[in-house]
Design a protein around this ligand. Structure first.
Ligand code: ZN
Length: 329
């Protein structure tokens, strides 16, 4: 469990207490929260350490109420400016995010790190780039962004409305880093960018802040809700990335979706699920079980049925894991 950090200001103390309550709250209480937190709620930053904050995205699908902010993003207040971890679902929301950050600190936003290439991770890049922030991404991430950007903007506009997406253009990092690992240091804070394979989208990464004992996992970890495996996801590399996260053993995990938590809950909601999926699907294929047989055999996994969207996502996850492993074994 995360210990509540000692904060200097009253605001920070209140936020710390709220966070502790949030993290200690039993699953039942989470169930009672309104299912779709609107954008106004999402844009209230939550403090995790003296320097690290995050925006806790809606757990629901993309709607005109949440404007596609259904993922977590974060920001880190260094001595030389604010480093943003993912820029959110579009230009206008990015502007609102900047305002919310300005309530917390006077420091300008100097860098934006992309943890992934799914729409809501980076479509706000254009706003921050215009404001003079440096866009930071590994080459593989930026390549996927460039490839998918236009299509993502169109699909997202269908879900949240054209008006909400006004001003949004695909702006991947102009000078991406051609490496699997890279450390960016800003204002005395180290940000280790770690390539996580083609886990959820090709070119996903995690960002480790060793000095804060925090990892932003992007879509490697989901809490509270069922993770999604897409036709282009690599569930085996996703599990390997989770193992890597375990080897880092951070005190605080900020997942791609779902509240920030500790490694134990991340393991419960993501690591254990991925492990079971890969193990059982492999065993099924080795025993000549058909895709349908494996999907049926694994249909009811009690340990994970409490996760939101289980009914929508679990069967497709088994299905896609089967097809992936069959093709790559
Ligand atoms: Zn996601």
């Amino acid at each position: 469990m995360i210990s509540t950090p000692i904060h200097s200001s009253a605001l920070a103390r209140v936020t710390g207490v709220l966070l502790a309550v949030l993290l200690l709250a039993p699953a039942v209480q989470a169930e009672e929260e309104p299912r779709d937190r609107p954008i106004e709620k999402v844009l209230e930053p939550i403090q995790l350490t003296d320097r690290v904050w995050y925006f806790y995205g809606s757990l629901e699908n993309r709607t005109p109420e949440n404007l596609g902010f259904t993922n977590n993003t974060g920001f880190v207040v260094t001595d030389d400016g604010v480093v943003l971890i993912d820029s959110g679902p579009g230009y206008k929301v990015a502007g609102r995010m900047a305002k919310a950050i300005a309530e917390v600190t006077d420091q300008p936003i100097t860098h934006v790190i992309s943890v992934g290439s799914q729409d809501h991770r980076w479509l706000g890049n254009g706003y921050f780039h215009e404001q003079g922030a440096e866009l930071v991404a590994l080459a593989r991430t930026a390549a996927t962004q460039a490839e998918r950007g236009e299509g993502q903007i169109m699909s997202l506009a269908n879900a949240v409305g054209e008006d909400a997406m006004e001003g949004t253009a695909p702006v991947p990092a102009p000078n991406p880093i051609d490496a699997d690992e890279h450390t960016l240091t800003v204002g005395g804070v180290d940000f280790k960018l770690i390539y996580a394979g083609d886990a959820h989208f090709p070119g996903d990464i995690m960002v480790h802040l060793p000095g804060e004992d925090v990892v932003f996992t992007g879509d490697i970890v989901y809490t509270e809700r069922m993770l999604g495996i897409h036709p282009w996801s690599n569930p085996v590399e996703k599990l390997e990335a989770f193992r890597h996260l375990e080897s880092i053993d951070p005190e605080i995990v900020v997942p791609g979706h779902g509240r920030a938590t500790d490694l134990a809950e991340a393991r419960q909601d993501t690591g254990d699920y991925l492990e079971l999926l890969v193990r059982e699907v492999k065993a099924g294929i080795e025993d000549w079980e058909s895709l349908d047989e494996v999907v049926e055999r694994l249909a009811d996994l009690e340990a994970f049925q409490h996760l939101r969207h289980y009914d929508d996502w679990h069967r497709p996850n088994v299905n896609r894991t089967y097809l992936f492993i069959e093709e790559n074994m």
